[in-house]
Design a protein around this ligand. Sequence first.
Ligand code: PXG
Length: 455
Amino acid sequence: MNKAVDPALMQAAEQLGAATGNQKLDAYWMPFTANRQFKKSPRLFVKAAGMHYWTDEGRQILDGVAGLWCVNAGHARPRIVQAIQDQAAEMDFAPPFQMAHPKAFELADKVSKLTPAGLNKVFFTNSGSESVETALKMALAYHRVRGEGTRTRLIGRERGYHGVNFGGISVGGMVANRKQFGTMLAGVDHLRHTHDPARNAFSIGQPEHGAELAEDLERMVALHDASTIAAVIVEPVAGSTGVLVPPKGYLNKLREICDKHGILLIFDEVITGFGRTGNPFASQTFGVTPDMIVMAKGLTNGSVPMGAVAVKQHIHDAFMNGPEHLIEFMHGYTYSAHPLACAAGLGTLATYEDEGLLTRASQMADYFAQAVHSLRGEPNVIDIRNIGLVGGVELAPLPGEPAKRAFNIFLDCYERGVLLRTTGDTVALSPPLIIERGQIDQLVDTLRGSIRRNS
Ligand code: PXG
């Protein structure tokens, strides 16, 4: 795995790196990035394999976040690489509307076998954000085709992240992602979030307290009436807002209330899907089956952009009415079920299966939990949260400078050969599911040193 970086690549990247303040970095407006800070001091990856990246300076970096919560099988896995290469040579593109190609059906079938029983229809998109929009539109259209078109309200949750498109930020609950963008969708409401450090700090796995927060949904039914509510969307484990694990019984209660009032329950499993919590989907880990599952990221191991929405049979069937030559659901993307993405998805699922990766997090969870919770007592650590192979370490902010302590730790760890993610003052760990114990130690020990240096 520890192959040298191609010198030509290094040279090209070096020139770019050396171009600090130089126009070569100017044109690219980077997403979710502190652009000015980055361009003063660029961080460039030029190669990846297994658990590691290599920088333009040839430094090896342990990947503690699976790229961006997506490279669950580790980098440059041979079956995925081969599948993409073969597909590119065989057929680059096939129109997805009124036409198709075999791998789209094959992948949908394989995905439907991984999802909880009953969620056996799969709609393809190109990202998590698009999957969210697709699920919300399906929910609205589903009620309408059944003659309950008054169900137009969508319920999200505070501290939810559902991508960056208008539907997703409307139901999402991250202030910073919403405040610049006007009024968004009308008719949206939010449940309270479940983060309760006063009662639950340093919980190992699911916290004890907070199931009753699901009753917020009853409050919304009382306020708006169930006949106006189409769906509730939540992340089973909120990732981007700092790894918030659902309190015991919370998701079950949400399911019960949705059932009672005919409200669809959507799980956004963009981060939790494909093995992160120890099962193919978090729905299986927590024993609660939603009506729709939104997924992306791990579907292709991050190799080619792709997302999907899996729905219950009856939701799909409700659309299969009217004249057969007419389109039932007016939605789709030019690149839905793109051949390269489908090939990558098939190579990915084969890799997961060959190596038992979709349940590996359950075997590693105890070791990972112990390692992450060993940070308790380090300076400024105010909470630690974990489930499967995901962990969140929350730090007290620097006075008057929210998010800065965690960002400094991110930079420090990067200098010392470990890639982490931060959100606010929480450090998130979500390594590829192939991680070995020694690498968990390296990850946590590097973070420990960095927390101490930044105290
Ligand atoms: N839903 C969830 C739960 C996500 O985590 C999306 C939707 C959107 O997916 P796309 O593919 O459109 O980005 C996500 C994405 C972070 C971070 O560091 C997480 C995401 C994206 C960017 C940063 O926590 N997740």
